[in-house]
Write a protein that binds this ligand. Structure first.
Ligand code: ADP
Length: 863
């Protein structure tokens, strides 16, 4: 005899009680024979005629008892037909849930014969039936479809299977199920005991699968699996999977639990500790921390506003649980208030001579800047509480702007801080984040003040010209508040929330170019321009500052190494291309490191670095300085450019070829440069006749302007007269002088406007062996900055119009009278007081200068 499972799930326990009350199970004649209550009978196939009850989303397995809600008409009819007979019904799953009235193709072919043990009719016409699965039945024929489905099927009763294999499978399944019941929250506690009491393996497999509630497709597969071993194997697989999922679930749960418990435990222990401290009349450690903060704040001498704010926050902090995130935020805030300098200041060293001495010791030249600093100190001496000016040092990289800031601090005996503004586009970087942000910090200005530790440091803001702005706010506006003497005594940082006084800070701002500095910022600064160094200046800086420093930094001494001027000159010319000396310092560092290595390897002799030995230390030449063209050529003009590396020569090539009057510009020219080429062309067309150009050239000639080094972008208006001269030369087929360089902006009427970077350009021309520079008259003032030797060796021709340019730029021998208008007459009309142009003959022949330069270089190389 085989026992029947009493319940299928926890909630079913109540139901099984209800079943017990119902009339005893009456088996139809066709029911399996055997003892009463034994549902799984002998296997003899039997035909069964049964009404069909299709289920949308469930599969009833034999021996399971489930309630069913019946509301479809055909189903109600089927139930009614069953109740009219033996209360037996064929329950089968639909292939698709959506079908309302399934045909025989739309249900599976294997279902379960079930006994309706109770039927409740609802007021709305639907019914609730409690059914008990009896056996598997395979449909043989559909007898009818309406008013309800009826089938003839064959009972597929389980065979009696015994043997070692089924025994092993059964034991495995039971063991796995035991594990599942222990871990599962969903299964009834006695589910395992019930399983132990099912002696027939087939019924046991059905029971186990029903407990696991797998998806419908798997249940149907189990239902269709008549072979008991196969069914049991499937049950084992499902159990194993369920067990591993449950084990994983438990592991995760345990981990989460542990974390939560740890936090809670800590919290309770701390609270207990606080309570114990209170009981013992002692102060708890968090109180101690708060008191320490209070003491630091009192000692700092905060501003009245900051002090009031700090006391309020301290009070809040005392009321908070010490380990809460909120208390960490508040104590971090208080820590910032307590770490900032509010009163501490360094006493200014106002001895002018000592300051001058420090500046000279650290920096060569830069007289203008040094004078300005000394003036500042003199004013401080006479008016100690006067306003601090904001100095802006503008110039190419490596000319000593930042290090000058450091020297100012040292000279005055103040602290030094530096921040770089390059690429800063977020206002919060200047002004900080509000405290509500996670991980909020004050802005860079306040951070700098903390580093300085005094209220009057020298604060260098590097690269102010590289500030950017975007949707995150405008950092320039925030900087304005920092640098404006009217506002900076109450600078507001979002994090600090209380005003901070920056008025005693000496701000030194550095920039490479002034154009990109927002105008309101530029207005508030005193700009001191530092231009690039000449070769002589670089040599002196190298000899007096860079070499001694590098020797020291590499752990060497003058007894070990010497580098002569020839070598330094060669490094300057052939290994660096820059306006400043940063590259030079790097290369000297390279030489010294090589020497240091040799010394470390045991070399005893002093190393003497000469020009000839430079490649042995630094490798092959890195930079090839530009030189004047080899020959005077038609359509080739020499221009002067201003780059980050200083000044440089640029060649402008123009070709006039037969065509239809188009203008082509190549060499990566920017918009400004393209427009100035257009302006030059229009000017030339307007003067075609006076310039002796062929009639209608603008319709029969194409002009192509090219600036070599085509990969390097170029822009700016200063090549205007150079391009115009090259175009005229190409069209008139007159060569241009190769020893003359030009710079100047051209207007449509041929006027020449001033340009920037004249000092750098002149130095580049000097280095390249150019003899004459044509430059706008209004740039003459810039020549004061040039070193004496350069001024002596170059001839500067100031011009006001294009008419002044041509007689100097074109080769004189070919200059036919009347072909090009002579300069004197044109300019004399405009400005009678203007001095006549220096005669071209007085220009030291460029060839000579170039030859001298080359000879000099050759000499250096030979040294
Ligand atoms: P910048 O800020 O202009 O880019 P730095 O101040 O960083 O340049 O200077 C680069 C290096 O060149 C520093 O080591 C500095 O000491 C040195 N230097 C620049 N100009 C001078 C000078 N006039 N005298 C001595 N050293 C200089």
């Amino acid at each position: 005899m085989q026992s029947r499972p009493r319940t299928t799930r926890r909630s079913a326990r109540a139901r099984s009680a209800a079943i017990a009350e119902m009339r005893p199970l009456r088996l139809a004649e066709t029911a399996p024979s055997g003892e009463d209550g034994d549902l799984v009978g002998p296997p003899a196939p039997q035909y069964r005629d049964l009404p069909v009850l299709p289920l949308r989303n469930s599969v009833l397995l034999p021996n399971m008892v489930v309630p069913l809600y019946v509301d479809r008409e055909a189903a109600l009819n089927a139930v009614q037909a069953a109740m009219d007979g033996e209360q037996l019904i064929f329950i089968v799953a639909q292939r698709s849930e959506e079908i309302e009235d399934p045909t025989y193709q739309e249900v599976y072919h294997v279902g379960t014969e079930a006994l309706i043990t109770r039927l409740l009719r609802m007021p709305d016409g639907s019914s609730s039936a409690l059914v008990q699965g009896l056996r598997r039945v395979r449909v043989e024929r559909w007898l009818q479809h309406t008013p309800y489905g009826r089938i003839r099927g064959i009972a597929l009763d389980d065979a009696d299977e015994t043997g070692e294999r089924i025994e092993a499978l059964t034991r495995t399944a039971l063991r796995l199920f035991e594990g599942v019941t222990k871990l599962s929250q969903r299964l009834a506690e006695d589910a395992y005991i019930q399983a132990l009491n099912i002696s027939h393996p087939g019924a046991l497999a059905d029971y186990l699968v029903a407990q696991l509630e797998p998806p419908i497709a798997i249940r149907q597969e189990i239902l269709e699996t008549v072979d008991i071993s196969a069914r049991m194997r499937m049950a084992c697989q499902l159990l194993r999977r369920e067990l591993s999922v449950l084990e994983l679930e438990h592991k995760i749960h345990d981990e989460v639990q542990q974390e939560a418990e740890k936090g809670q435990r800590e919290y309770f222990l701390r609270e207990q500790l606080r309570a114990i401290h209170r009981e013992l009349g002692e102060r708890d450690p968090s109180h101690h921390e708060t008191e320490e903060l209070r003491a630091r704040i009192e000692a700092r001498g905060l501003s009245p506003e900051a002090h009031a704010r700090a006391l309020k926050e301290l009070e809040r902090l005392q009321g908070m649980p010490p380990m809460s995130p909120e208390s960490a935020v508040v104590s971090n805030y208080l820590d910032w208030l307590a770490s900032l300098p509010w009163r501490e200041r360094s006493a200014d060293r106002l001895d002018l001579r000592a300051v001058a001495e420090v500046l000279d010791r650290r920096h060569f030249g830069l007289e203008k800047v040094k004078d300005r600093i000394l003036e500042y100190i003199a004013v401080r001496k006479l008016a100690p509480d006067g306003r601090t000016p904001i100095l802006c040092l503008a110039g190419p990289p490596g000319v000593g702007k930042t290090s000058l800031g450091r020297s100012i601090a040292e000279a005055l005996g103040r602290q030094f801080v530096r921040i770089s503004l390059g690429g800063v586009r977020d206002e919060a970087e200047i002004r900080g984040h509000r405290r509500t942000y996670v991980g909020a910090l004050p802005g860079r200005i306040i951070q700098g003040m903390k580093t300085a530790g005094t209220v009057n440091p020298v604060f260098v803001l590097d690269e102010i010209d590289k500030l950017a702005s975007d949707y995150r706010g405008d950092p320039a506006a925030a900087l304005l508040e920092v640098l404006d003497p009217e506002q900076n005594s109450t600078f507001s940082d979002h994090f600090l929330e209380v005003p901070y006084d920056l008025s005693r800070v000496m701000f030194v701002v550095t920039a490479n170019v002034l154009d990109t500095i927002p105008a309101p910022l530029r207005d508030r600064m005193e700009v001191i321009e530092i231009s690039g160094y000449t070769e002589e200046e670089k040599l002196r800086i190298a000899r007096d500052f860079l070499v001694p420093r590098q020797v020291r930094d590499c752990g060497l001494s003058e007894a070990r190494v010497e580098i002569d001027d020839g070598a330094l000159r060669r490094v300057i010319r052939e290994y660096t291309y820059e306006a400043g000396v940063r590259g030079l310092e790097r290369e000297i560092g390279g030489v010294m490191r090589r020497v240091a290595r040799r010394v470390a390897e045991g070399r005893r002799h002093k190393a003497t670095v000469t020009a000839a030995k430079v490649p042995a230390y630094l490798g092959p030449q890195k930079h090839f300085p530009s030189e004047a063209e080899e020959r005077d050529e038609i359509g080739v003009a020499t221009g002067l450019a201003w780059t980050a590396g200083g000044g440089d020569l640029t060649t402008v090539e123009v070709m006039a070829v037969p065509g239809r009057g188009t203008l082509t510009l190549t060499g990566q020219l920017g918009d400004v440069m393209r427009e100035s080429a257009q302006a030059a062309l229009t000017f030339i067309r307007s003067r075609a006749c006076r310039l002796g150009l062929p009639d209608g050239f603008h319709e029969s000639r194409d002009l192509h302007i090219h600036l070599p080094a085509g990969a390097i972008p170029k822009d700016g208006p200063s090549a205007g007269i150079t391009m115009a001269a090259a175009m005229i030369s190409a069209l008139a087929e007159k060569p241009l002088r190769r020893d003359v360089a030009l710079t100047g902006e051209i207007t449509l009427r041929g006027r020449v406007l001033p340009v920037g970077g004249v000092k750098e350009k002149a130095l580049a021309a000097y280095r390249a062996g150019i003899g004459t520079i044509i430059l706008p008259r209004r740039n003459l003032k810039d020549l004061d900055e040039l070193p004496e030797d350069v001024r002596e060796r170059l001839l500067f021709v100031p011009v006001e119009t294009m008419d002044d340019v041509l007689p100097v730029a074109l080769v004189p021998s070919r200059l036919g009278a009347g072909e090009v208008s002579p300069p004197a007459s044109g300019s004399a009309r405009r400005s009678p007081a203007r001095p006549p142009l220096p005669p071209i003959e007085t220009v030291p022949p460029a060839t000579r200068v170039a030859r001298q330069a080359r000879a000099r270089r050759a000499q250096v190389v030979a040294q």
